[in-house]
Write a protein that binds this ligand. Structure first.
Ligand code: GLP
Length: 263
């Protein structure tokens, strides 16, 4: 603890945790009905989303947190395990609990790119390479269950976290559902939500691929780098298909995590 850097790190750690204790006390006073583990989970999630706890930030141990917040260790464990399941926190055996650095995407949750990044305190952005209305291609017609000649809105986007490109995405949406391509600003799901047409279910296919030279250039990785190619076909509650999206996620930035159940 003698070097100035160590002292600085220690003071910062103390400061962050003092804030956590104060905020937890405040949240407890404001909402006495929600169980303590949910309040703590909410608070930790908020701190990650706001960037107060950035990627790689180490959380105090379960024992320390329990003592500081005057909670049982079971309660603290329950709060943390939910965030681990959601990919917000990761646990390394023997080392502790950290804010996830790679973007860990739970496969069972139908979240949007924007939501995944915000949940990690990152700043999602889209750069449009194309935004148009056109007649369905045979592939889009099959994927979206549309008849030949129907119109679709096509979006071709580079998806960023701040200045860092993470994925390339091509989406087709029936124009009968999304009239105006310009209504999509950064997030497709926000635009669909505003129309009361957010998808509730999706079929998704994942493949490992090598990026083409052009894709690698756009995503600022070496030519031939690995990517996860994801195809998503999403449905509205009434069964209509609402999107057919092909995404190429940088292999070095994303982890896809799925929980599996026996039977
Ligand atoms: C993910 C999915 C896409 C979906 C997108 C919506 O990237 N793979 O299928 O279209 O999220 O994200 P947003 O609302 O940020 O545009």
């Amino acid at each position: 603890m003698s070097s100035p850097i160590n002292k600085l790190v220690f003071n910062w750690y103390l400061y962050m945790n003092t804030n956590l204790v104060l905020e937890f006390q405040r949240s407890s006073a404001a909402d006495t009905r929600a169980p303590a583990y949910l309040r703590l989970r909410h608070l930790l999630r908020q701190r990650v989303e706001s960037g107060a706890m950035g990627p790689g930030h180490a959380l105090p141990s379960e024992r320390e947190l329990a003592a500081q917040l005057e909670l049982s260790r079971v309660t603290v464990r329950k709060a943390i395990s939910g965030l681990v399941d959601d990919g917000v926190l990761i646990q390394r055996r023997g080392a502790g609990t950290f804010v996830a650095e790679r973007i860990v995407k739970p496969l069972s949750k139908m979240t949007s790119f924007t939501e995944d990044l915000r949940a990690r305190g990152l700043n999602p952005r889209s750069v449009f390479l194309g935004r148009e209305v056109g007649e369905v291609t045979p592939e889009e017609a099959m994927a979206l269950n549309l008849s030949p000649g129907s119109l679709v809105v096509r979006l071709h986007r580079l998806r960023y976290a701040g200045d860092e490109p993470l994925a390339e995405e091509r989406s087709a949406i029936p124009q009968a559902i999304l009239k105006d391509p310009a209504s999509v600003k950064d997030s497709l799901y926000e635009a669909l939500d505003a129309l009361g047409c957010r998808p509730v279910r999706a079929l998704q296919r994942l493949r490992a691929v090598d990026l083409s030279a052009a894709q690698a250039r756009q995503l600022k990785v070496p030519a031939g780098s690995a990517a996860l190619a994801v195809e998503r076909r999403s449905f509205l509650a009434d069964g209509r298909l609402v999107e057919f999206t092909s995404s190429w996620y940088r292999g070095d930035a994303y982890d896809f995590v799925a929980e599996l159940h026996g039977e």
